[in-house]
Design a protein around this ligand. Structure first.
Ligand code: HCB
Length: 215
């Protein structure tokens, strides 16, 4: 059943089964599950479990890296599918996506970026560990367009940098040129309100919905 396939996907991430994860992903695609469903209900719950086990000191960094490799092996198969699902919403706006300085977690960032692209955004992907100065420069460069800034932070430390992003844009007179959506596990609605960003989102599918509603 579909649920069994999703459970297998979760299990292959948790057990660091790289080949098994790619195979289970292909099998799920062949059975007609959507890429979004595979990510949200199969792979992501596995990464969540891995994070919880790490926090409880049941596993260590090498295991997390192997789980991330399993997830990446699945994404190699899923990213082209997500890109194909691109609708006729071309021209909704430009999204500058990046991961905050000091932070190299890029799995969620890549998923969100791909989902935005699949929903018609033109993408400027700045990658990981991006200093705020670079972010502000990129916003300046794209000033005047329908513009969305999409930042990720997976650590409480790097999340603090999001506050500086907003204040730097304000200081440089760029705050009104861009909508700002921040996400990543530690980011909450309260944080978004505190720093004066515009929105957050739970997952990549949600991020696309929120992004479209902001434009
Ligand atoms: Co990493 N790590 N890690 N890690 N890691 C976390 C993030 C911890 C929470 C684990 C823990 O302690 N429980 C923790 C941070 C603690 C904290 O600050 N609160 C942590 C730590 C401490 C570290 C190191 C410091 C460990 C060390 O070296 N001692 C180190 C830091 C490296 C650095 O960045 N400078 C480190 C390294 C690693 C790797 C390299 C082993 C690996 C990353 C591989 C890679 O990304 N290429 C890794 C991983 C995989 C994780 C966990 C297990 C999973 C993260 C992940 O990929 N989740 C994570 C545990 C956790 O998050 N609970 C752990 C799956 C994706 C799909 O979810 O949340 O990233 P996501 O994105 C979602 C969602 O947030 C939303 O949509 C996405 C898609 O659904 N979203 C947005 C994301 N961005 C958005 C932007 C928007 O605008 C809107 C929505």
């Amino acid at each position: 059943s579909n649920q069994e396939m999703l459970d297998t996907l979760t299990d292959t991430v948790v057990t660091q089964n790289i080949n098994g994860c790619a195979e289970a992903t292909q099998a799920a695609l062949d059975a007609g599950l959507s890429a979004v469903e595979i990510i949200n209900n199969g792979l992501s719950p596995g990464m969540k479990t891995v994070g919880d086990k790490f926090e409880a000191a049941e596993i260590y960094l090498p295991q997390i890296m192997m789980s991330a490799k399993a997830m990446n092996a699945a994404m190699e198969l899923l990213l082209p599918v997500l890109e194909q699902e691109k609708g006729d919403t071309e021209g909704v706006g430009t999204a500058i996506t990046y991961v905050q300085e000091g932070d190299i977690h890029d799995i969620g960032h890549r998923l969100v970026t791909t989902m935005l692209e699949a929903n018609g955004f033109k993408i400027v992907d700045m990658g990981v560990d991006v200093p705020n100065e670079k972010v502000a420069e990129e916003v300046e460069k794209n000033k005047g367009k329908k513009l969305l800034l999409v930042g990720s932070a997976l650590m409480t430390t790097s999340m603090l940098g999001q506050k500086d992003t907003v204040s730097m844009l304000a200081e440089e007179g760029l705050r009104d040129s861009v909508k700002i959506m921040f996400g990543g596990a530690p980011v909450s609605d309260a944080w978004i309100a505190e720093i004066g960003a515009d929105a957050t989102a739970e997952n990549a599918a949600d991020a696309a919905r929120v992004a479209l509603s902001l434009m």
